[in-house]
Design a protein around this ligand. Structure first.
Ligand code: ADP
Ligand code: ZN
Length: 511
């Protein structure tokens, strides 16, 4: 058998393995079952492509996305590897099957729904299989963020094949990882995790407050290509227009655009040295632009994993880069509502937990990097020196009493009003609406002084983020499971002292 290092040089043109690649390849070559968790861009494909070349027989790669499979086949073929894919888009399926059966293929990519058919299983019995690689392996876990039932059906197939298995994923918290090991029958000592730290990325997390101004300020301070992830298609167009108005080259990118416009914008961005792309999360997969200098989020991402993945597109060249997250309580309110209404009941607990982890991250007064790395199972130092909280440690303030008053106000006003109204009641604002509702007579009317009133917004934001308050479709706030412990004084609420407030007018101009 050829030396892996020779193959690395001759077939792939690389001088050395990167990070844990050599550990993974060694295990695979010894025939041991393995799960590797490596961040995007760390070089997962090589971990099975190299053994595919080195070992006799064909490596089967289970992969969920046709577009990615085709990319992979193209790049493997360019390296002189015999690779093919069996998908609904495959032109000459019979030729691929013949090549498999005659042992000509090093690599065969197949989607899980095809891999689990009886026909495919029978065909593999007549082929020589050297390795089964399961890409995007988090799809096998209900704890993962992208569960795909077809992945669950793979087990009989891979148990039946007498070949080592290699599961790969970029995103898996501890629980998902344990689940993948179990679901795919990989021993616990078969887990190899790469370092997730991206030391050149500086993390900043700030509450949204006059977003257009916040983004313009960022675009002014930050040269180089940048991506702004937006929560909607309309927002991408609006933000791109805002930035162009201030003289910064900017374009939008979303799935609803004319394909030629969209790819035109993408190409312009990839070539550009100073352009900002305002995009939905549809943008980024498979884009190779190493010099992105900043990634901003105009709204809260879906999870810590999504945040890590999206910010990870900044600074791939290793030069300093920035990540800015502009979050709002309404992002969390919306996400929580989505979980309760759109997610299948058995997956809600996992989704809630992921959202809570994200809320803890955005609200934290401690090192952002440490929180991210701990989430991915690492044991990082307490401080990194390259995030907002390390560079400028926020003062914290115990707002338990303010929180209790806000919660009481929600309760005394029948839990159907938004934070603006609660503030009027707490301030003792004897206006017509308050009077008409009879809320000038409730016990919490006028119980806050100016200092406390200034904290109502940030406290409400914190309460919503931790699910102590829930917003309905009209913005009315009612109790969530986190409310009682705070009201009873069993749980404190400590937040970072909020930055200086922006003016009323600027707030109104938001969106
Ligand atoms: P992932 O699937 O983990 O996101 P890829 O497999 O697409 O990552 O690899 C990311 C990039 O790193 C590719 O351009 C690949 O050619 C490159 N790469 C992978 N391994 C090495 C290595 N050992 N040395 C240099 N470059 C590598
Ligand atoms: Zn830090």
């Amino acid at each position: 058998m050829r030396d892996p290092l020779d193959i690395l040089k001759e077939t792939f043109g690389f001088t050395a393995f990167r990070g844990v690649q050599s550990d993974v390849v060694d295990r695979v070559m010894r025939g041991e079952d393995t799960l590797t968790v490596m961040p995007t861009g760390a070089g997962k494909s090589l971990c099975y492509q190299l053994p595919a070349v080195a070992l006799d027989g064909t490596t089967i790669v289970i992969s969920p996305l046709i577009a990615l499979m085709e990319d992979q086949v193209r790049s493997a073929s360019a390296n002189g590897i015999a690779a093919a894919a069996l998908t609904s888009a495959t032109q000459d399926r019979q030729a691929v099957e013949r090549a498999l059966l005659s042992g000509e293929l090093d690599l065969l990519y197949v989607a899980p729904e095809r891999a689990t058919t009886e026909r495919f299983g029978r065909m593999l019995e007549d082929a020589r299989i050297s390795l089964v690689a399961i890409d995007e392996a988090h799809c096998v876990s209900e704890w993962g963020h992208d569960f795909r039932p077809d992945y669950r059906l793979l087990r009989p197939l891979i148990d039946h094949l007498q070949a080592p298995r290699l599961a790969l994923t970029a995103t898996a918290d501890r629980r998902t990882r344990a689940d993948i090991l179990q679901q795919l029958g990989i021993p616990v000592d078969g887990l190899i995790v790469a370092g997730f730290d991206r030391p050149n990325i500086r993390y900043h997390v700030v509450p949204r407050s006059g977003l257009p101004t916040q983004l313009k300020r960022l675009a002014k301070a930050q040269p180089g290509p940048g991506i702004v992830y937006c929560p909607s298609r309309a927002k991408t167009e609006k933000i791109a227009a805002d930035l162009r108005e201030m003289g910064r080259p900017a374009a939008a990118y979303h799935a609803g655009m004319e394909p030629h416009l969209r790819s035109g914008n993408q190409e312009a961005f990839v070539r550009s040295e100073d352009m900002v792309l305002a995009a939905t999360i549809a943008f980024g997969m498979g884009i190779d632009k190493p010099d992105v200098r900043f990634v901003a989020h105009a709204a809260t991402p879906k999870s810590i994993e999504a945040y890590y993945q999206e910010t990870g597109r900044a600074g791939r060249d290793g030069e300093p880069a920035e990540a800015w997250l502009f979050w709002g309580a309404e992002d969390f309110a919306r996400a929580r509502q989505r979980i309760e209404t759109e997610v299948e009941p058995e997956r809600r607990a996992g989704e809630r937990e992921r959202l809570n982890a994200l809320a803890a991250f955005v609200e934290a007064a401690t090192c952002r990097r440490a929180i991210l790395l701990r989430y991915f199972g690492e044991d990082p130092p307490e401080t990194c020196g390259n995030c907002d909280n390390c560079l400028d440690p926020p003062k914290t303030i115990d707002v338990t009493v303010v929180a209790q008053k806000v919660l009481s106000a929600a309760f005394r006003t029948e839990m159907r009003f938004g934070v603006g109204y609660l503030k009027q009641v707490l301030a003792g604002d004897d206006n017509e609406k308050v009077r008409m509702n009879g809320h000038h007579q409730v016990s919490v009317f006028g119980i806050m002084d100016a200092e406390e009133l200034a904290l109502v917004q940030p406290v409400a934001r914190a309460l919503i983020a931790r699910d102590a308050l829930r917003a309905d479709a009209y913005g009315g706030l009612s109790f969530g499971p986190g409310a009682k412990p705070i009201l009873k004084g069993e749980q404190e609420l400590v937040i970072a002292v909020p930055p200086k407030r922006t003016s009323r007018r600027r707030k109104a101009a938001e969106d």
